[in-house]
Design a protein around this ligand. Structure first.
Ligand code: ME8
Length: 663
């Protein structure tokens, strides 16, 4: 199959990929993020009538995986099999509908790697030599001395290893100019633009030939004619995208889908996808992907996610805590795709309560409730529309272009934001037109028009929700007895698709409201944001200055060891004096005796009057970093439980001297 033969891709075919994930560990929120985005895009394209190939999978070879398996005392294949089950399970939980799941240990993939190797060789792009330099095993990447950052991997900050070994090289330098030309003449090839500029300057700095083999371990695809060496895991892994497209034997599949339309990657693996990958394809005479899109990274409650901090968030814990659709919605809505984002329980709760339970849930509940109450549960035939009805219809019509453009530009957050504006308009329509007044006055023609319009707006909103929240969208459509089967988004988006009479029942609430942590917690932490009341679930630093493991929510709070617990110094104290902090209705300044005198600013002002506090025996965290609140230095945190208006202070039921350490 030559490059020329496959240049004419079918108009309908749409190919979207995620990276294939390493099998050294279980899936986390970062993997879920890319995979949800790809799923949203794939569902959208299917709704637009495309034939979609959406692929994901696992990257199973290489030193990193071999080492992880050795540490666990199992074979790399056994490790991979176990982790693959976890990935597949996670994608099921998140309602991911991928069309293929590739494992690089599959026979179909080895074939592709050999085919590409032989094409590169034929093209005189592979030659033998000696590699001497640095290698980061966690990232599986080569670095020169100059590139290292303080002797560590400049990408992940971990230790690198010095290697000197026999190797085959790929003539990457030969592709410097063709790559630059391609990127410069295809502005949409690498997105976002800021990332494209980074890649351009990386290439302009000069491309050196790339070592494409590794020596000294077994776990990989062996180099043809030199089985002492294994093929570099990034060359092996990148070729998965060809395997999934049916290369080289399934000409029909390949012709329909190649080249990929959108390849989603995290910003940390852009170099591999935007430099090495297109160079490999050029060498093999194959068309390049249309777009490589690099998304940003999530922090967790303001901190980098890492195993050592114990704050790795798994897809399973997200689904258990918030549900599948709320998780999908949050990750797509909270942050513009391409930028970094922060995951916090508070932000998640706000989205669930405000966007999902209030705006969306309310619309469905009112739409169905009114039909049940005022029209006997049967969707009525509308009468002639007035200006309110027409305005709502126009808003629905405008939504189509705005939504579609955003989706095609990978602006998922904008697509959701325009959709939510429409949901807001539909709610306002009900508020303004007050159909219950028409019911009361017996204006049935007007009432029927209002009921129909409210249901129709709800149906249209649900159609646009299908890619993002498939289960919620189906629940809404079921509640209003609408079927989307076989209909494109364009058809579903038209006004008037719901045809009366259909039976409508009062919908169950779509989302349960979460208790806002701002109201639930004691708010007594010492470390707050300067000049503001302290948040109830704030970022804290431990005594050593290291960031402490975060509690994302009860079900995903990591376990800690007794030694970790012992780093928290809890002490018994007596309140000596208390006064309100000027300018705050929540904060009280306390003088506390814990064997020494401490000033503590505590958020207990809604539950206690200052005059009832002196003499109380309390428990405080004595080794919390001091923090300034309303200009006062707080030197600890007292312990309390309950919501902000009904807090109870922790105290002792037997006497112990001030300053006694709690064990
Ligand atoms: O890199 N936020 O696999 P991987 C968002 N096997 N995304 C994150 C993230 C975070 N906090 N942490 C990681 C590999 N990621 C290779 C890919 S493809 C041919 C081979 C993303 O298991 C990261 O950006 O390390 C990347 O896209 C993916 O998770 C890394 O997965």
């Amino acid at each position: 199959m030559s490059g020329e033969q496959v240049l004419k891709k079918s108009d309908k075919g749409f190919y979207v990929t995620t990276p294939i994930y390493y099998v050294n560990d279980a899936p986390h929120i970062g993997h879920a993020y890319t995979t949800i985005a790809a799923d949203v895009l794939a569902r959208f394209k299917r709704l637009c009538g495309n034939t979609v190939l959406f692929t994901t999978g696992t990257d199973e070879h290489g030193k990193k995986i071999q080492r992880s398996a050795e540490e666990r005392g199992i074979t790399p294949k056994a490790l991979a099999d176990g982790v693959v089950t976890k990935f597949k399970g996670a994608w099921k939980l998140l309602d991911i509908k991928n069309d293929d799941f590739i494992r690089t240990t599959e026979e179909r993939h080895t074939k592709v790697v050999y085919e590409i190797w032989s094409r590169m060789k034929e093209n005189n792009d592979i030659y033998p030599g000696l590699y001497e330099g640095w290698y980061c095993t966690p990232d599986e990447s080569y670095w020169t001395e100059k590139e290292l950052a303080d002797g560590k991997c400049p990408s992940c900050g971990r230790d690198v290893e010095r290697i000197k070994e026999e190797s085959y090289f790929f003539r990457l330098s030969k592709y410097q100019r063709p790559l630059l030309e391609h990127i410069e003449s295809n502005p949409g090839f690498i997105l976002p633009v800021s990332r494209r500029n980074e890649v351009l300057s990386f290439i302009k700095d000069g491309l050196k030939d790339l070592s494409i083999t590794r020596a000294g371990f077994e776990w990989g695809i062996k180099v043809p004619d030199n089985p002492q060496l294994v093929i570099y895991v990034w060359l092996d892994a990148l070729l998965n995208y060809l395997t999934c497209a049916g290369f080289p034997d399934d000409k029909n599949r390949f012709g329909t889908f190649w080249p990929p339309d959108v390849q989603l990657v995290g910003k940390d693996i852009l170099k591999f996808h935007a430099v090495y990958w297109p160079a490999f394809l050029m060498s093999a005479g194959l068309p390049l992907p249309k777009q490589i899109f690099a998304h940003g990274w999530w922090t967790i409650e303001g901190m980098k996610m890492s195993k050592s901090l114990g704050n790795v968030v798994s897809p399973e814990s997200l689904v258990n805590a918030y549900g599948t659709d709320a998780t999908r919605y949050f990750l797509m809505r909270e942050v513009p795709f391409g930028l970094d984002g922060n995951f916090s329980q508070r932000a998640m709760y706000t989205r669930i309560n405000s966007d999902l339970a209030n705006d969306l849930g309310n619309l469905l509940s009112r739409a169905t409730g009114m039909v049940v109450r005022f029209a006997g549960g049967v969707l009525p035939v509308p009468d002639v529309p007035d200006q309110f009805d027409t305005a709502l219809q126009q808003k629905a019509a405008q939504l189509y272009d705005a939504y579609k453009t955003s989706m095609n530009n990978m602006e998922f957050h904008t697509a959701l934001s325009v959709l939510w504006e429409f949901i807001g308009e539909a709610n306002k329509y009900v508020d303004r037109t007050k159909p219950w007044q028409d019911a009361k006055s017996g204006n049935t023609a007007r009432l029927n028009t209002r009921l129909y319009h409210t249901i129709e707006a709800t149906r249209i909103a649900a159609a646009y929700l299908l890619p993002f929240m498939p289960d919620t969208a189906s629940k809404i459509l079921n509640a209003i007895a609408q079927d989307t089967k076989g209909k494109s988004l364009e058809q579903l988006a038209r006004w008037g698709v719901a045809v009366p009479p259909v039976k409508i029942v009062q919908a169950q609430p779509l989302f349960e409201k979460k208790i806002d942590p701002a109201k639930a917690g004691p708010g007594t932490q010492g470390a707050g944001i300067k000049g503001q009341e302290p948040p109830s679930a704030p970022q804290q630093k431990s005594a050593s200055g290291k960031q402490a493991a975060q509690s994302v929510n009860p079900s995903i709070t990591p376990l800690i060891t007794i030694d970790q617990f012992k780093t928290v110094e809890l002490k018994v104290g007596t309140i000596l004096a208390a006064q309100r902090v000027e300018g705050s209705n929540k904060l009280i300044k306390l003088d506390v005796d814990i064997g020494e005198k401490r000033t503590i600013v505590a958020g207990i002002g809604k539950s206690y009057k200052p005059e009832e506090l002196p003499g109380k025996r309390i428990v405080i965290v004595a080794n919390l970093e001091p923090a300034e609140l309303f200009g006062i230095q707080s030197q600890g945190m007292l312990l309390a439980a309950g919501d902000a208006e009904h807090l109870g202070l922790l105290t002792l039921d037997r006497d112990a001297a001030n300053g006694t350490r709690i064990k």
